[in-house]
Design a protein around this ligand. Sequence first.
Ligand SMILES: N[C@@H](CCC(=O)N[C@@H](CS)C(=O)NCC(=O)O)C(=O)O
Length: 183
Amino acid sequence: VRLLLAHLGLPYERVELDVVDRSDRRQVLGGKNPDLRVPTIELDDGRCLPESNAILWYFGEGTPYVPDERYARAQVLQWQFFEQYSHEPNVAVARFWLSYRKRWDEAELAARQDAGARALAAMEAHLERRDYFVGDRYSIADITLYAYTHVAGEGGFDLEAYPAIRRWITRVAGQPGHVPMEA
Ligand SMILES: N[C@@H](CCC(=O)N[C@@H](CS)C(=O)NCC(=O)O)C(=O)O
């Protein structure tokens, strides 16, 4: 979400929450997101919107980051559903256990890493002959998948095995207005 806002030059106020100590979640997010998760945005008029990919659609609609053509728009959703079902629950969760919570069950971690490696292999196969996920231009599909892919090493994934993904990561990081995740 912060990457798209940076591309669009949209100002925002950021409220940070601890991902390990969840004790203030209800106090901060109650009434804004029934699932008590981040990212959740609050618009100037008070309306709220959770879910990273819904937020990307909200801000991306009508900009060069969301395609106009019907099939291409459906393909953006294809990759965002893939991210939520096959990628994030494995790549991001393995990273969370190893690099943030620093506590994990070996068998569960191995299962997430196997499934995450399958997701990365699917991305690698798609990117072997393409520069971006949808059509021939950078879109919110790339932003969605860049988030946890470029830091997959922190979840124990070796990106050396995925040369097309590494070239795509460099391409995404070279987009005008790019900001690193730690910015
Ligand atoms: N499907 C959601 C997932 C959001 C999510 O799981 N956020 C994590 C932090 S990255 C969170 O708030 N976790 C708190 C919890 O699990 O209670 C999205 O893509 O926005």
